[in-house]
Design a protein around this ligand. Sequence first.
Ligand SMILES: NC(=O)c1ccc[n+]([C@@H]2O[C@H](COP(=O)([O-])OP(=O)(O)OC[C@H]3O[C@@H](n4cnc5c(N)ncnc54)[C@H](O)[C@@H]3O)[C@@H](O)[C@H]2O)c1
Length: 366
Amino acid sequence: MQKVKIGIIGCGNISGNYIQNYRKFEILELAACADLDLSRAQALAEKSGSGAKACSVEELLADKSIQIVVNLTVPQAHTQVALQAIAAGKHVYSEKPLALTREEGKQILAAAKRKKVRVGCAPDTFLGAGIQTCRKLIDDGAIGQIVAGTAFMLCAGHESWHPAPEFYYKLGGGPMFDMGPYYLTALLNLIGPMQRISGFSRITRPQRTITSQPLNGKVIDVETPDHVAGTIEFAGGAIVNVAMSFAVHGNPHPPITLFGTKGALAVPDPNGFDGAVRVRYAGTKEWQDVPFTHPTGYGRSFGVADMAHAIVGKRPHRASGEQAFAVLDAMQGFLDASDKGKAYVIKAPYQRAAALPTTLAPGLLD
Ligand SMILES: NC(=O)c1ccc[n+]([C@@H]2O[C@H](COP(=O)([O-])OP(=O)(O)OC[C@H]3O[C@@H](n4cnc5c(N)ncnc54)[C@H](O)[C@@H]3O)[C@@H](O)[C@H]2O)c1
């Protein structure tokens, strides 16, 4: 099979997860790892066991064999690194969020269009067996027309475990920009385009103290809301209540529940790939487990692999920059609605990515 070479820029916490998972896709070959901190690039290249080189960002971008730059830097660096990769003539797949602002997001998409390269963006968890099984149920009409739903991600924040948690509390962080992408991407894929968003947000605690190592005791100034709630009205009429928080404890709510005219669907945690799918049909008293319709066992890098297949097969890729821009527009929409005291009207066009076929061979996406 024709391989597509990738280079990772940003070798921190999440990069290990990509290294574990990319090799499950036959099409991907890791050629290089780069980071501002070369020792991290060296550690990741070694951990990959793939013979990938560790180098500077400039060296990686100058390597003509690399087709896709996988941008795993902190959100505050996503735009700069994406634009650098595009300027070097490479396709770029960024971790979420696509960018910190709509203006930056537009800049990335426009630059890529000019250079005729692709933009992809996490999350790719919607490609996992869990959400693809939900998508098939919905598309097959199992729960009828979606009327309503709930999407809740309620936790206490990340300063107790992440080694460098400051970015979670700066512009581009907060529960909406950090976790919202998983939930909103899943909702877009399951329900379709959004129409209006209402929102309320607050900074509950203006300062946080890091309790993880190595920065234990350092105080973070919180610069973005740590609790955001609101409602999405979808173009098809569904109304979904959303709450994203880094400020609460003891959440009892399931991640996403969708209520249709013929039944309810318990969607698995959209921050995972293979969580259990359950359905309860109208007139019944029990939830039923639904067997997966798609292969399980994949992880982060699924979206990169789909983009690589798409490049080779000249088809659209699923975890697209346009989808990530629709998510960015909606995330900012909650904050804008909160600031202005009126619903934000969605302007970014959105078309659902094609559902994954149910018949794929292991490690292949076409
Ligand atoms: N940690 C998680 O559990 C997790 C999960 C899913 C997604 N993500 C996303 O992955 C991204 C990275 O998160 P992380 O937790 O790995 O962060 P991290 O701070 O652990 O790692 C980021 C790495 O990027 C490097 N970097 C920053 N700016 C750079 C630049 N301009 N050029 C080259 N290297 C640069 C840093 O030196 C660091 O090694 C974020 O967008 C985050 O939202 C993280």
